[in-house]
Design a protein. Structure first.
Length: 87
C-alpha cells in the first residue's frame, strides 16, 4: 500500500525553503550550523545535497526555536557599542 500524496512531505532545496520561510539562504545554513535545524529531523543530507521536508510539524518546531532564541541587535566588539532599543 503506497502512502497518499498528502501524507508525503514535499522535499525542498535550501533555496526553495528560504524563499517559502521568507529568510535568506545563508540564514538556513546558519540554523543548520547552530543546530536549530537538526539533521534527520528538520533536514536530510544526501552527499552534499540538503533537502528539507516541508510540513506543518517542521514549521511549528522551527517557529518555536526562533521564539526561544533572542538575538542581540549588535554584537559588542572593538569599536562597537550595544544599541539599547528599550528607551
Amino acid at each position: 500500500m503506497s502512502p497518499s500524496p498528502s501524507s508525503v512531505p514535499e522535499l525542498l532545496t535550501v533555496e526553495q525553503f528560504a524563499k517559502r520561510f521568507h529568510v535568506g539562504r545563508s540564514t538556513v545554513f546558519t540554523w543548520i550550523a547552530s543546530n536549530k535545524m537538526i539533521q534527520g529531523i528538520h533536514y536530510f543530507k544526501i552527499g552534499k545535497t540538503v533537502r528539507i521536508p516541508w510540513s506543518i510539524e517542521l514549521l511549528a518546531s522551527l517557529s518555536a526555536a526562533c521564539v526561544e532564541t533572542e538575538v542581540s541587535p549588535v554584537r559588542p566588539g572593538k569599536n562597537r557599542q550595544i544599541i539599547n532599543l528599550d528607551y
